[in-house]
Design a protein around this ligand. Structure first.
Ligand SMILES: *Cc1c(COP(=O)(O)O)cnc(C)c1O
Length: 468
């Protein structure tokens, strides 16, 4: 399998060439040249597989530059019951008839980003050793991504992580999760500023090409193809758990921000997994719901981006969305480039034509928005009726899922985090603290390891230089 850019760069690249990269050189995103099609016989064969075996089969279709025995071993040591809590890895839990939660958040940081990031950690270590290289990952986080990256990369050979976060602005739990890591290759930098200051520093450092090259600076952001690919697996795994035979269809409901998770669902559907609908749920930052309702994609400024109680979906611009639009437009790279480069840069928005808009139906997408009041009501209702406490993002997914149910078609709502991460809103909804997994009890009391720094790119560079 080779990979191309959504903006027309015709150089075809292998998986390991794009593994450590972000954007393609022309500013586009990488996608496989074609989506491998899964026939009925293959689907039937996969039904009985353990999660890591299923992951190996799917990844093998997209990765031809890692020897199969090595890939099998990497996947087997990633998806274990020790790391993800159960043998199923992504177990289903039934709510009302026809509605299930698919648990993606039982990894080390209690959010679904572990599903992909844990694999990325092993892939990076493997590929860097093979090339005899090191990589210094620089990132900015306000929560889930940073901790998932640190737990995936801790102790990995050849990798250092420098993670910037706004000092005092993460929840005590999130802060404890990250700052309690004592691994020598993990560096937490608490920046005296807000999240945007952290992001600006990452940009400033990355734009210093000489520094970037000399210190081998890389990222692990959500546009990385390997992350998306890892996420395709749990759509298949959820499907097999919810159905008895391969003539049945299911619908997935996905709380969305950067369009990474649901884009993996799109890929699974393009491969032939019988997905009837992909229900996209947003919070008050409804950039994507607006697009699927109107055909207009309008990015927001940071001033227009609301701080909500499902903070991991507080985005102004959906960084993976270009992948879907490329497919929607019949893989017309010139048109994709026109929309994302010319139109977005010039006026921050684009509108697809009525013909193009009409094609969305064929891709199974529908959407909706959930607000803070919806979130509280959904959390409370789910606790009362089923005795199940869900997190705020999952609540957004469930609320919108219920607006798109089809009789006879199971709906799987992707549970993207555990409620323990968002205790304040859970208490507001149900009047008591959510349970915490045993390993996370009392983490606020653990010794912390972090550096405090002013919002100054030069200081961050000096710190990186001194620690690599
Ligand atoms: C990142 C995240 C999301 C959004 O996922 P995207 O892939 O960015 O759409 C939803 N819920 C939680 C808990 C997250 O951490």
């Amino acid at each position: 399998m080779k990979y191309i850019s959504t903006r027309g760069d015709k150089t075809e690249r292998h998986f390991c060439e794009i593994l450590l990269e972000g954007l393609a050189p022309d500013g586009g995103l990488y996608l496989p040249v074609v989506y491998p099609k899964i026939d009925a016989a293959t689907l039937a064969k996969w039904r009985g597989l353990a999660y890591h075996e299923l992951a190996f089969e799917i990844l093998s279709l997209y990765i031809d530059d890692i020897p199969p025995a090595d890939l099998r071993a990497l996947v087997a040591k990633t998806y274990t019951a020790e790391v993800f809590g159960t043998r199923e890895i992504v177990p289903l839990r039934a709510l009302e008839p026809g509605v299930y939660l698919e648990a993606l958040s039982n990894g080390p940081t209690l959010a679904f980003k572990d599903m992909a990031m844990q694999l990325l950690g092993h892939l990076f270590e493997y590929e860097l050793a093979r090339r005899d290289q090191v990589l210094n990952i620089l990132g900015a986080t306000s929560g889930d991504t940073g901790s998932a990256a640190e737990y995936a990369m801790r102790g990995k050979k050849g990798v250092n992580v420098f993670m910037l976060s706004p000092k005092g602005r993460m929840s005590p739990f999130q802060q404890a999760q990250m700052f309690s890591l004592q691994d020598a290759n993990i560096h937490n930098i608490a920046v005296e500023g807000v999240f945007d200051d952290c992001q600006d520093i990452v940009k400033a450092v990355s734009n210093d090409l000489a520094f970037k090259r000399e210190h081998r600076i890389g990222t692990v952001n959500s546009i990385n193809w390997a992350r998306l690919l890892a996420q395709v697996v749990y759509y298949f795994a959820g499907y097999f758990q919810a159905t008895k035979n391969d003539a049945e269809q299911v619908t997935f409901a996905v709380p969305s921000g950067n369009f990474g998770n649901i884009c993996a669902g799109h890929v699974a559907r393009m491969m032939g997994l019988p997905i009837r609908q992909l229900v996209l749920a947003t919070n008050e930052n409804n950039v994507l719901d607006e697009f699927f309702r109107t055909g207009t994609y309008r990015v927001r400024s940071s001033a227009e981006t609301h701080e909500t109680s499902s903070p991991s979906m507080d985005i102004s611009k959906a960084s993976n969305f270009e992948r879907f639009v490329f497919d929607l437009l019949g893989r017309d790279a010139a048109r994709t480039r026109e929309l994302f480069k010319i139109e977005i840069d010039r006026r921050g928005a684009f509108t697809i034509t009525p013909d193009e808009f009409a094609r969305i139906k064929g891709y199974g997408f529908v959407s909706g928005t959930s607000t803070h009041a919806d979130r509280l009501a959904t959390i409370r209702d789910t606790d009362r009726r089923f005795g199940v406490v869900i997190d705020t993002h999952t609540a957004d997914g469930l609320k919108v899922a219920r607006e798109h149910l089809t009789a006879g078609v199971p709906t799987l709502v992707l549970e993207t985090a555990l409620p323990a991460k968002f205790a304040e809103t859970i208490v507001a909804a149900i009047g008591r603290e959510p349970d915490r997994p045993a390993a996370m009890r009392g983490i606020e009391q653990l010794p912390k390891r972090f550096e405090v720094m002013p919002a100054d790119a030069a200081r961050v560079k000096a710190f990186i230089a001194a620690n690599t």
